[in-house]
Design a protein around this ligand. Structure first.
Ligand SMILES: Cc1ncc(C[n+]2csc(CCOP(=O)(O)OP(=O)(O)O)c2C)c(N)n1
Ligand SMILES: [Mg+2]
Length: 192
């Protein structure tokens, strides 16, 4: 079992200049770990993170885009899996935080609980690669590859519950301000 905060800390250290799209319980921790303007948090629009990430990935093929998705959220907009597979964004890494519950809204079981196999669904839709990770050492070993390999790739991360949720830990910029900040930064010439 992975600890979400440890996973996010490792991603923050390894992401380089990737654009990140956290949602639900990845959002409060990510705000603390990566307080920059290369992230767009998707909370109100449940299930929208992967579609938002797809749009960013298609618009900026020169950048890696990392979606930090929730299992309940992805189930709510499952069609995004087929849309992403159809578009084949080579620079999209879709990290699915599988905790079996809608933690943000009170930890109700998601449909199917932990038995839902997102790896099979991503493969069935046509993602270039998809695999599950349950062990911290395996996660650390494979992280550099999942952030650079040809996408779209979905990684099902088997995690426990996060310490904070968007309900217990509110804050962050309004969505439109985050988008403005991201656009400004992406339009600037790159340092390297
Ligand atoms: C359309 C819609 N229905 C319900 C909600 C209420 N809601 C907000 S967060 C959430 C649960 C999110 O669960 P998951 O994606 O698994 O993320 P986790 O909280 O477990 O990290 C729900 C049901 C919503 N925001 N939008
Ligand atoms: Mg969940």
């Amino acid at each position: 079992m992975l600890k979400p905060e440890d996973v996010l800390r490792a991603i923050a250290a390894a992401r380089g200049d990737a654009v990140c799209v956290p949602t639900m319980t990845t959002a409060p921790a990510w705000r603390t770990l990566a307080p920059d303007d290369l992230s767009v948090t998707c909370v109100g629009f449940m299930g929208g993170a992967s579609a938002l990430g797809l749009g960013l990935a298609l618009a900026r093929p020169d950048r890696r885009v990392i979606v930090l998705d929730g299992d309940g959220s992805l189930l709510m907009q499952l069609g995004s899996v087929a849309t992403i597979a159809g578009a084949q964004p080579r620079n999209l890494t879709h990290l699915l935080f599988k905790n079996g519950v809608y933690h943000t809204s009170g930890a109700q079981d998601i449909p199917g609980g932990l038995t839902v196999d997102f790896v099979l669904m991503a493969k069935g839709a046509g993602y270039r690669n998809a695999y599950a990770i349950k062990e911290p050492t395996e996660f650390k070993r494979r992280l550099p590859t999942m952030l650079t390999e040809e996408g779209p790739v979905l990684v099902e991360l088997h995690t426990g519950l996060a310490e904070k949720t968007p309900m217990t830990d509110r804050g962050g910029l309004p969505f439109h301000r985050q988008i403005e900040a991201l656009r400004t930064k992406l339009l600037r010439p790159r340092a390297s």
